[in-house]
Design a protein around this ligand. Structure first.
Ligand SMILES: Cc1ncc(COP(=O)(O)O)c(C=O)c1O
Length: 366
């Protein structure tokens, strides 16, 4: 059996450090909003190259709190994509705003900036680009468009820890960058976790209040807030794992290179690397005209896989009220029918990567 994802090999490589960090937290007597969270926030902000970071309960919460901090709410529209999964859209709805979808570039499956103008109305307040699969969205044209139209930018970096665009880390371009530490992510916790980064001290303070009922260092609600906190145990684990993130990304890129070399010239369409960015390969995605046959072959060979994502959000039942119809976003819709994500995680032997590629090539040869 080749798993699609397995955190255990990566954990076993740094087991002693992780367990020491966990025991120190348990012995410290402080489990919520203590020194580990503060230290991790500072270390992660330094890593991304921003002024501040605020740890929260999940990546979805990070997006919700970011939009709340920017004052986005009912009556406002947020431009985003439909092929990046439900969380960004759920976050837009959670603040009471309305998502407006744009289609993506067929080569990278990242937001196509040429479509932003058609999606803009006089209610548009924000662009929410998703740095999908580990690649930065085309931030330069997005930021230009945002500046020209006085729009806010919230970057969804859930799949892109460590990815850069023109040499700078994603998360450092928009008003707020939002990260997830869901266990499968390039920097994954052993549970849920998320974080917002920003270089605006006012927004940082607002985010700190929003994650904790609107409190400052008191029990007074200065604004209507939530309970959404990264906890000390996860922060301590993430501090250890952050020290290895560059190695993890190198390992991921190496696995991706092995897939790319093995599948070159085959029927499988590989996701193109964007010219201005570095791809950190949260996912290795290929497009196949006959996904059913590929899945059957993977199942027979006991190889796991993922599909990111099987349905574009504008066609899902919950969001039908937004008026989306088949054909609205042809590239996103076609991608959802053809994408498949191959096994990829630190500790996956390259021999297994070649076996996965051979299984795919076997389908190609019929
Ligand atoms: C693109 C994207 N945005 C947001 C999220 C939400 O993160 P979380 O699962 O931590 O809420 C995820 C992960 O599921 C994601 O892949």
């Amino acid at each position: 059996m080749i798993h699609y994802f397995d955190y255990r090999p990566g954990y076993l490589q740094i087991k002693d450090e992780i367990e020491k960090a966990i025991h120190l937290v348990l012995a410290s007597g402080q489990l919520i909003l203590g020194p580990e969270v503060s230290a991790f926030e500072q270390e992660f902000a330094n890593y991304v190259g921003v002024h501040g970071a605020v740890g929260v309960g999940s990546g979805t919460d990070a997006l919700i709190l970011a939009m709340r901090a920017l004052g986005i709410g009912p009556g406002d529209e947020v431009i985003t994509v439909a092929n990046g999964g439900v969380p960004p859209v759920a976050a837009v709805r959670a603040v009471g705003a309305v998502p407006r979808f744009v289609d993506v570039d067929p080569a990278t499956l990242l937001v196509d900036p040429a479509q932003l103008e058609a999606a803009r109305t006089d209610r548009t307040r924000c662009i929410l680009p998703v740095h999908l699969y580990g690649q930065p969205a085309p931030l330069h044209p997005i930021l230009e468009f945002a500046a020209a139209n006085k729009l806010r930018v919230v970057e969804d970096c859930a799949q892109a820890h460590g990815s850069t665009y023109n040499g700078k880390h994603v998360g450092s371009f928009g008003d707020i960058g939002c990260f997830s530490f869901y266990p499968t992510k390039n920097l994954g916790a052993f549970g849920d976790g998320g974080l917002c980064v920003t270089s605006d001290p006012g927004l940082e303070e607002h985010l700190r209040m929003l994650r904790f009922y609107g409190f400052k260092n008191d029990r007074h609600a200065h604004c209507e807030g939530f309970n959404s906190r990264l906890d000390e145990l996860q922060a301590a684990i993430l501090r250890v794992k952050l020290r290895y993130l560059s190695d993890v990304i190198e390992t991921r890129r190496n696995i991706a290179r092995t897939y790319t070399d093995a599948l070159a010239g085959s029927v499988y369409r590989l996701n193109a690397e964007a010219p201005d960015g570095t791809h950190t390969y949260h996912l290795f995605v290929v497009q196949t005209p006959d996904r059913r046959r590929v899945i059957d072959a993977l199942n027979r060979a006991e190889i796991g896989y993922g599909i990111h994502y099987p349905e574009p959000v504008h066609l899902m039942d919950a969001y039908r009220f937004l008026g989306g119809r088949p054909g609205d976003l042809p590239v996103s819709e076609a991608a959802c029918n053809s994408v498949i994500s191959l096994p990829l995680y630190p500790g996956l032997p390259l021999g297994n990567v070649r076996r996965v590629a051979d299984t795919l090539l076997g389908v190609d040869r019929g």
